[in-house]
Write a protein that binds this ligand. Structure first.
Ligand code: UD1
Ligand code: UDP
Length: 360
């Protein structure tokens, strides 16, 4: 049996890392194909190095481009590698352009595809990720699903029951495998000059939020108001998409309460998340990690494909209007934090590879 692991962006590297480790542990023949969608050191190599992952055997180096161009380049590049390598099964994760193009190239060569983190839906078709995840789910042969709620969605969409496997989300595995190590690392909290549990952590990078000046400005205003109202500073590691748009729109937040940094590595980010008083974000992975780590979360979007976080009381949807962001933040500051983690027990990768081995 030969497995191809195809990935291309920060969250795919992080969420695939437990799967790659498990493949290595069992000495299964596999290789990594990196699409090169993310290429800056702090969005890419830092994670490969820090998580001790083997280097990618192939890197398509597609870089940044429009959706069609990026997806098309990945599609053609993945096809070439797969024709050369002839794997039995391709594993993809999540909902990026890399995920979609890799899955599509594979099924067209009649290579079976396993989709990790299947069945998530925001029901917002204006999000590029929503289109990607729907299409990947409908062409995959094995759907590795984080929760029963997502399984119900896939059933309703008519996907064969025998393709559906509830495994939990590998993000829990990644957090569990790295949280302890992150605690032994030099404190990024001290380095940034804030105090434990006395700061807010913010990330924002979604196209629909940062690519529109009015929306981006409104979110920043809401976060500054929240910081002033709660009298807590905000740490904001800025994703390159947001950095680019902030410069283009001349939107750099003036408040001294907002501490901007470059994106940080996973161990530092786990420190920042686990010690934050509250997290404000539009990231999918960060909503999950806040929930797993017991930190209240305010989501700066109108919808989420992670409704489990809201069901357990860990998260709320604030949208992008400043006063609503402040109001939701005040509510979440009062929230008891003893909720259950809905995303599994940290053994998702073991289950996924058990299934893959059984199917090979
Ligand atoms: C992509 C995914 C998104 C995911 C995110 C994770 C799609 C459609 N979007 O969004 O679902 O949440 O990754 O972070 O696949 N850039 C750099 N360095 C890099 C990569 C990008 O500077 O290594 C800058 C470029 O200016 C680029 C912009 O960021 O144009 C956007 O990059 P892109 O990969 O198109 O989308 P993301 O916003 O990163
Ligand atoms: N992350 C990180 N450093 C940062 C910001 C995020 O390591 O500065 C990690 C975070 O822990 C999570 C993942 O990146 O595992 C989330 O990725 P992102 O927000 O880019 O994408 P999404 O999850 O929204 O697709």
């Amino acid at each position: 049996m030969k497995i191809a692991v195809i990935l291309g962006t920060r969250p795919e590297i992080i969420k695939m890392s437990p799967v790659i480790r498990e493949l290595g542990k069992r000495q299964i023949e596999f290789f990594i194909l990196h699409t090169g969608q993310h290429y800056s050191y702090n969005l890419d190599r830092v994670f490969i190095e820090q998580l001790n992952l083997p280097p990618a055997r192939h890197n398509l180096e597609v870089g940044s481009a429009s959706h069609a161009e990026q997806t098309g380049k990945i599609l053609a590049g993945v096809e070439k590698v797969l024709q050369q390598e002839c794997p039995d099964i391709v594993l993809v994760e999540g909902d990026t352009n890399s995920t979609l193009a890799a899955a599509l190239a594979s099924v067209k060569l009649n290579i079976r595809v396993g989709h990790i983190e299947a069945g998530l839906r925001s029901y917002d078709r204006t999000m590029p990720e929503e289109i990607n995840r729907v299409l990947v789910d409908h062409c995959a042969d094995f759907l590795f699903i984080p929760t029963e709620k997502s399984k119900a969605i896939l059933r309703k969409e008519g996907i064969d029951e025998d393709k559906l496997y509830v495994t939990g989300n590998t993000v829990v595995d990644a957090v569990k495998q790295n949280l302890k190590i992150s605690k032994s690392k030099v404190s990024v909290i001290d380095k940034l000059g804030v105090q434990y549990k006395k700061y807010l952590l913010m990330t924002i990078h979604r196209q629909e939020n940062v690519d529109y000046r009015a929306r981006f400005a409104s979110i920043l205003e809401g976060v500054i108001k929240t910081s002033t109202t709660l009298d807590l500073p905000v740490i904001y590691p800025v994703h390159p998409r947001a950095r680019k748009m902030m410069t283009e729109f001349r939107l750099r937040p003036r408040s001294r309460q907002i501490i901007l940094t470059e994106p940080v590595d996973f161990l530092e980010f786990l420190q920042l998340e686990s010690n934050a008083r509250m997290i404000l974000t539009d990231s999918g992975g960060v909503q999950e990690e806040a929930c797993i780590l017991g930190v209240p979360c305010v989501t700066l979007r109108d919808n989420t494909e992670r409704p489990e976080t809201i069901d357990v009381g860990a998260n709320t949807l604030a949208g992008t209007v400043p006063d609503k962001i402040v109001e939701c933040s005040k509510i979440m500051m009062e929230r008891e934090t003893g909720w259950n983690n809905p995303f599994g027990d940290g053994k998702a990768a073991v289950r996924i590879i058990d299934i893959v081995e059984g199917k090979a």
